[in-house]
Structures are given as C-alpha cells and as structure tokens.
Design a protein. Sequence first.
Length: 142
Amino acid sequence: MKRVVVVNGPNLNLLGKREPHIYGTRSLEDLNQTVREKARSLGFDASLFQSNSEGDIIDFLQKEGPGSAGIVINPGALSHYSLALYDCLQALALPVVEVHLSNIHAREEFRSKSVTARAARGVITGLGFAGYGLALEFLAEQ
Ligand code: DQA
C-alpha cells in the first residue's frame, strides 16, 4: 500500500483544550482518526506523528519521508521560523502540503509569514480538519 506521512507540530497535542474558539473542540486523537480513515479511503497507509520538538519532527521526516507518496504537515509555530524544518522538507524532495487549522492570514501579523510554506506545493489554511483531507486528496492525484 502507498504510504503518506502526516505530521503535526508543537502544541497540536493540546487540540480540543487549546483555544477551542480557534482550534475547535475535537482532540488530536479525533484528528488522527479522521486522517487515518480519509487516507485509507484514498488507498494510503498514514504514518502519523506529533511532537513538540523540532528535532524529533526532522528525525521522523528524514526516516519516514523517503519512499512515501508525500507529506501533509501542520508545523504549528515552527512554520513561522524554522529554517531547519524548511531545509528538511526541501531535502526530501517530495510533494508537501502545509496545513493550518486556523486561517493564519486572519490572525496576528507574525502568523501570516510561513518560512516552511516555500518548501510546499501548496498551503491550506483556515479549513480546520477538512484541510488535512483535502491535502490527502491532492497527494492521491499526484
Ligand atoms: C497553526 C497556526 C500557527 O500559527 C500556530 O502556531 C499553531 C497552529 C494552525 O493549525 O492554525 O500552533 O499551525
């Protein structure tokens, strides 16, 4: 079965409890379940990972990225400053879709800049859980 890598960055383990007016009331486990089911319906096995640590995310991507059909990543705040994560995504040379649950352009100004987005084919921002499903659909078409 084709494999797809789905990564959530810092603080996304707090989904459901963290600023629910922005990120909703469903948990990371709910998100993982939705992602797993959507991936399977598209013929993908999903390698799921969440970490609050930049280095652990990079290690996971370096290990799991090669041989996969692509990457769906919500880097959380790493989007706004992590050149190490940007370099990692570039190095993998895979189709990447960056996803944000909230609309990063409708919030604090610092959020509207994503340094990692440059390594992505595209960015889906503000569509909540649906963004991950749309990202998987895109990867399935590649
Ligand atoms: C986020 C947006 C980021 O600005 C923030 O730091 C997050 C979550 C989102 O999914 O909307 O942690 O990536």
